[in-house]
Ligand binder design. Structure first.
Ligand code: ADP
Length: 483
């Protein structure tokens, strides 16, 4: 120990007090103070730093044990060594019960001072070690306590005391039931008793008054302490609040998404009927009154029928779009080369008419919804064929492994997309051209986006006007948990 031990020696015999103090100072390098009674001793404890008290037992007014009790009451926690000349058994047991660190007889012969110095050394060393651990516990931001089987605090750290606006000393002896709602106190005590009984640590979360805790209850495997348990509680209010907020946001989002899908479905489904009426009555008009209508009227009817047809197509596409999530198929091991063949077969007519050449790399097997993959690829390839002005379309489907996903690409030699409209094309009904230039409803790519979203992948496009475009989509190589 690098700092000298500071000892207060109290004895009503001034001679003896001085003898002890001088010996400890001269022979054992200790710093010493002396007092002649307990009152003086208490005053010195107030004003000086003391590591250990050595006190006579028999003194006028307060005896050595009463001196100890008064000092403890004032918060003095260092070791107390009791000196006595009588060697009475009753004093010894009273002294131990009162918390005296050592009990020492004055008349132990020549070696008495060496023995006393050893006792002081050991007691101070032990107290310093204890204090080190106390500090560790006190400096912890976690709420730490030892609680007995009746639910009373035996000991707490600063953080635990702070959480109840108290000091560790004031909290000792207080019951859990005085500090928290009865239900929580009862639950905690039940867990604590289980821990005492089984000797096994328990971890759980609870909360009250807007605060949440992660608790660890640990058995205390020490003689005399086995009827108690340790509580280490961590305040997780911030984390919990974020979790709750996140959960609420996800729930709201899911609800609004479901409402939107429901809306798209209902709107498209219910619009079909009145639309069917419009086009069939138009056709009836055309058939039954053809002779009475002039050319203008015939032409107007044609426009109306055409409009109704287009609207029907849009409604059908919207209906299909709204069903991507709700009517999706199972995710299974899917050979993308088979997906490619199916998409190409479905596009036979367009391929033949445009004299398109469709090629591919070797394609992997991925866990996904096969029929949606056919839809996806078919959409990209048919766009590649459709948005090609010069020469015959050349379309290539590629696939590359990138970390834990596959990135597929569908590239063409078509008209390309201006840089500032690359996002626009994925919007519902988002079209860069009029219906007279290129047919279509503008839902295809929005649906591609939704299909890829369902597979937890991404979709994007790179393009140069006049040169061509490549639509990319990624899919997790390990597959996605099927919902
Ligand atoms: P649609 O083809 O029915 O209009 P899409 O959602 O499939 O709807 O495409 C949206 C728009 O994106 C198209 O109207 C077109 O302007 C543009 N587009 C899609 N694919 C290509 C492509 N391969 N090359 C150039 N433009 C494209």
């Amino acid at each position: 120990m690098d700092t000298a031990i500071r000892v207060l020696v109290v004895d009503d015999s001034n001679f003896y007090a001085q003898l002890v103090a001088d010996t400890l100072a001269t022979d054992y390098d200790m710093e010493t103070l002396t007092g002649n009674d307990a009152r003086e001793g208490l005053d010195l404890l107030e004003t000086s730093e003391v590591d250990c008290v050595v006190t006579d037992y028999q003194m006028p007014e307060l005896d050595g044990i009463e001196f100890l009790e008064a000092a403890r009451e004032r918060g003095f926690e260092q070791p107390f060594i009791l000196l006595t000349g009588t060697g009475s058994e009753t004093v010894a047991s009273e002294a131990v019960a009162a918390g005296v660190t050592h009990y020492f007889q004055k008349d132990e012969g020549d070696q008495q001072f060496e023995k006393l110095a050893n006792q002081i050394d050991n007691a101070v060393e032990q107290r310093r070690t204890e204090r080190k651990y106390e500090l560790l516990v006190d400096n912890s931001p976690d709420l730490i306590a030892q609680v007995n089987a009746d639910g009373e605090f035996v000991m707490t750290n600063e953080a635990m005391a702070d959480s109840f606006d108290a000091t560790p000393g004031a909290l000792t002896g207080t019951s859990l039931f005085d500090l928290m709602p009865e239900e929580i106190a009862a639950e905690r005590l039940e867990v604590g008793r289980e821990v005492i009984e089984t000797g096994e640590t328990r971890r759980f979360e609870d909360g009250y008054d807007g605060q949440y805790f992660h608790n660890v209850f640990v058995p205390v495997d020490l003689p005399g302490e086995r009827e108690t348990f340790q509580v280490i509680a961590r305040d997780i209010t911030d984390r919990k609040e974020t979790e709750i907020e996140l959960k609420e946001t996800v729930e709201k989002l899911e609800e609004s998404n479901a409402q939107l899908e429901q809306f798209a479905y209902v709107a498209s489904h219910d619009l079909q009927e009145p639309l069917r009426m419009v086009s069939s009555y138009m056709q009836l008009l055309e058939r039954q009154y053809a002779d009475e209508l002039d050319d203008d009227a015939q032409e107007f009817i044609e426009y109306a029928v055409d409009g109704a047809d287009r609207m029907k197509q849009m409604i059908n596409d919207l209906l299909q779009y709204s069903r991507v999530d709700t009517r999706g198929g199972d995710f299974e091991e899917t050979d993308f080369e088979a997906v490619f063949e199916q998409a190409r077969d479905n596009l036979q007519v367009a391929i033949a008419e445009s004299d398109a050449e469709i090629t591919r790399d070797s394609l992997p097997t991925v866990v996904c919804d096969e029929s949606q993959m056919v839809m996806l690829l078919q959409n990209f390839v048919s766009n590649a064929i459709k948005y090609c002005d010069e020469g015959s379309p050349r379309v290539h489907v590629s696939a590359e492994r990138d970390g834990d996903e596959y990135v597929f690409g569908v590239s063409d030699n078509g008209i390309g997309i201006p840089e500032d409209q690359l996002d626009e094309v994925f919007r519902i009904f988002g079209r860069l051209h009029g219906k007279d230039e290129y047919s279509g409803t503008g839902i295809g790519l929005a649906m591609c986006q939704k299909i890829v979203d369902r597979h937890e992948g991404d979709v994007w496009v790179e393009s140069e006007v006049g040169e061509g475009s490549t639509f990319y989509f990624s899919l997790p190589a390990g597959g996605v948990a099927d919902d």
